[in-house]
Design a protein around this ligand. Sequence first.
Ligand code: GBH
Length: 533
Amino acid sequence: IIKEAKQNVRQFPDGFIFGAATASYQIEGGWDADGKTENIWDHMTHKDPCLIVDCSNGDVADDSYNLYKRDVEMMRELGLQFYRFSLSWNRILPTSFPDKPNAAGIQYYNNLINEMLKYNIEPMITLYHWDLPQRLQELGGWTNPHIVDWFADFARVAFENFGDRVKYWITINEPREVCFQGYGDVTKAPRLNMKGIAEYMCAKNLLVAHAKAYHIYDKEFRGKWGGTIGITLSMNWYEPETEEDNVSAEEMRQFEVDVPFLKDFKRGGSAQFDCKFIDFFDNCVAISIKLTDTPRLRHLNYSWGQYAHPIFTESGDFPPIMKEKIAAKSEAQGFYRSRLPEFTSEELELVRGSSDFLGLNHYTTNMIKVDDSVTYDVPSYWDDIGATRYQPEEWDGAASTWLKVVPWGFHKLLNRLRELYGNPPIMVTENGFSSFGGLEDDDRVSYYRLYLDAMLDAMDDGCNVVGYAAWSLMDNFEWMRGYTERFGLYEVDYTSPNRTRTPRKSAFVYKEIVRTRTLDTSYEPDTNLMTID
Ligand code: GBH
């Protein structure tokens, strides 16, 4: 049983916006409709159908390609102020490039956007939510530096076609999942599994591609159409098992000032470290490196610091601890250069500050410990971190094994982001809970209340949270878990040809939160009739 939120009635501030989110491959279907070509998820699921736990795929999914009007009707039922959805690159650009744009694909998104705007629901577009064109994958996908231009071209096509009406833009959803799961592991397409190598190439190219799209919008479109653009990062909270590991944000910043990069170390002469011993010829031959290095700090830095630090800090670049440690490990492993690629100084400048807000997907928390009985592949992301994460048995769980209910982790995360990155505007672009289905979803209701309560605690502490999107508007294709794990406020019946959508109890509760702009834990909805107010 999940504890109820502690205060009964709490108010959201003026200007705070509520929405819900989905993603193209997870809902659209129409996988080869009207000229759309194959993306990496089409390719992977068709080639090896039972990679997905229930041998399903996104060929039809929620059929939103045809049923988008019902989707908008649900947004109206919930009273949403905004709806976050993503674009299928292959639907808009079947060759992957802007040479032959697909009118039918562009029309689909125009129809959806115009239908939403009829009812004053603001569209929030994610340009990329994991469905890369298969042809680009064959060219190396996110490991090919040319993707910076491929993505920038696609972004420009989207801005040109939809920018007059769409004011909220997200470049890329969850770089860590794209790179680590898709390139360093087998848990997302394209399952490249080139551990400790490909995910870092991906990370660098992805950040530069994001930044290039940001600057195109900033320079060429913002002036005439207004609007705001950022990136969405997935961030778990990591809680140290031991007290010594409890590094403050202050100490994390300290680290950046004091630790030299390995290349500086080799060259010598960097002002970033203290000289301990000067020899006869006035050369510094011994240095002191002040290095705050804990397992938890490495987790924070490698999982989301890797993407947040280059964009949201004054200094830019990958976190110093990552650069220093991966360079040292690479050298010891026999590589001629660090497995973590370097930014050129122009790239570093391009990426630094390239987000108007921090889009945050947050679901859960992990404990961190060092466990010498665990062995890692070498090289690998996990070996680079050198620590392991776990979730205690007693934490309440969801249908997804990784998802435990830990609202205090959300509170701590938001405060840490405020301290580390100068209190940026935070748009919560996903938060939600999975079940195995059913309309009486009290556990999901409880999750939303607890997490919104924790978010309000953080806002009371001064965190600049500007909006919140529930994941998800409706059940959808949950990647490797197929249709077995359900995140929807609306249940989708996958046996019915029209993919009937039915509001769960959580839909009624969320509707009331949005309507009253209040979190009232005693509210009991009448779930008999969903209306449009
Ligand atoms: C989001 O990712 C996605 O943006 C969205 O498309 C998805 O439907 C939603 O979550 C729900 O999953 O098994 O230990 O490898 C959330 C972040 C990170 C959650 C990877 C699942 C797998 C953990 N995800 N994680 S593990």
